[in-house]
Design a protein around this ligand. Sequence first.
Ligand code: UD1
Length: 428
Amino acid sequence: MDSIRIIGGKRLSGEIHISGAKNSALTLLPCALLTEQKLTLGNLPRLADVDSFGHLLNELGVSTKVSGARKGDGPKRRMTLEARDIASTTAPYDMVRKMRASILVLGPMLARMGEATVSLPGGCAIGDRPIDLHLKALEAMGATIEIAAGFVKASAPGGRIAGGDYSFPVVSVGATENAVMAAVLAKGTSQLFNAAREPEIVDLCNLLVAMGAKIDGIGSSHLTIHGVEALGGADYDVMPDRIEAGSYACAAGITGGSVELVGAKADDMLAITNALAAAGLMIEMTGRGIKVTADRPLKPLAISTAPYPGFPTDMQAQFMAMLCVAEGQSFLEETIFENRYMHVPELRRMGAEIEVHGRSAIVKGGAKLTGAKVMATDLRASMSLILAGLAAEGETEVMRVYHLDRGYERLEDKLGAVGATIERIGGG
Ligand code: UD1
């Protein structure tokens, strides 16, 4: 297994090109199931999760053709998907186990074929992550749901989902995505209340509209979807990754550096840029992205994670790493997932002073971080260790790089290009 080795203490300076958003790609890809025509997605990030999703779609009978996959910033990666015939309506355990987002084939497959079977995802490192809301929303639209032998089977009486209204008791990104993808081909109209309004959901709705869907209220928590008979193909670019951009902004912050995040979309990142500014970083809009500069000591923060437009849970670990070196005590509250502080013991091994009380954490600040061998059990936690390594004295080795490969495209190249001493080593 590869690991990443960093010699810390370098001030980062330069520009980093932001890739297409992982979480957007993972909900745009299953839209290929909704049409017999070709769907071409541009600006697709080169990530393990995107490849896994492509393989899952191949197993269901979707053909995929990738172009522009060259290394470097070169031509953006594009994938053309064609689901002329669906070979199987079952997403097997092996795929779902590897990638929870596989559950996102449930809604579109049900809409297209009148039935879909997906292995239950099971537990997950950052909490239980149930799928009850996905299922309840589909039931409200007329689907019949059965759970047996570790699989969930959704079917539409009469072969086509009716459509219906559902009010989410908790904001869920994935459940909203599944519900929207099912509703676009329903017989009637569906309304979703308390829907998630993450920018990735706006991206999904915009793609669906380009394919011929009728959706009102895009960007709000009340979506009205008028089902149509069929959807067509489209050629669509994945939005820039706001979490990748935010992570590299924290890299500038923790190293006292200055990085231009080329291609980052400021409108989607207000909670992140506001928090960066509150920590004392200078934020400039450059016309081609966002420039983040840390030219003074970092200030502590009080942050609580929340659904969009609140502060994203996917940025909590990276901010925590950055706040370890701020001057003073920071307070973090994780309201979305339980068990999302798995980076804390590893950060402590690097010299951080952090106390965890249930879902709250106190970061003492002013830490002098020192390099260590560390490992994390999820994607964003791994990134927080990379950030700590960039600021730490001496050598840090972050193990289990496959977590990072799920969500950060060419991480070591991008950080190396702005002055970090970082390399991937095999067999760690
Ligand atoms: C997505 C993102 C993930 C991000 C999260 C929250 C993708 C591929 N992943 O995950 O990076 O951290 O949004 O912004 O886009 N819940 C239920 N029942 C359900 C579904 C969710 O109780 O059926 C709960 C979850 O346990 C959690 C909360 O709702 O406490 C939010 O989860 P959700 O928004 O669904 O996260 P994901 O879509 O899995």
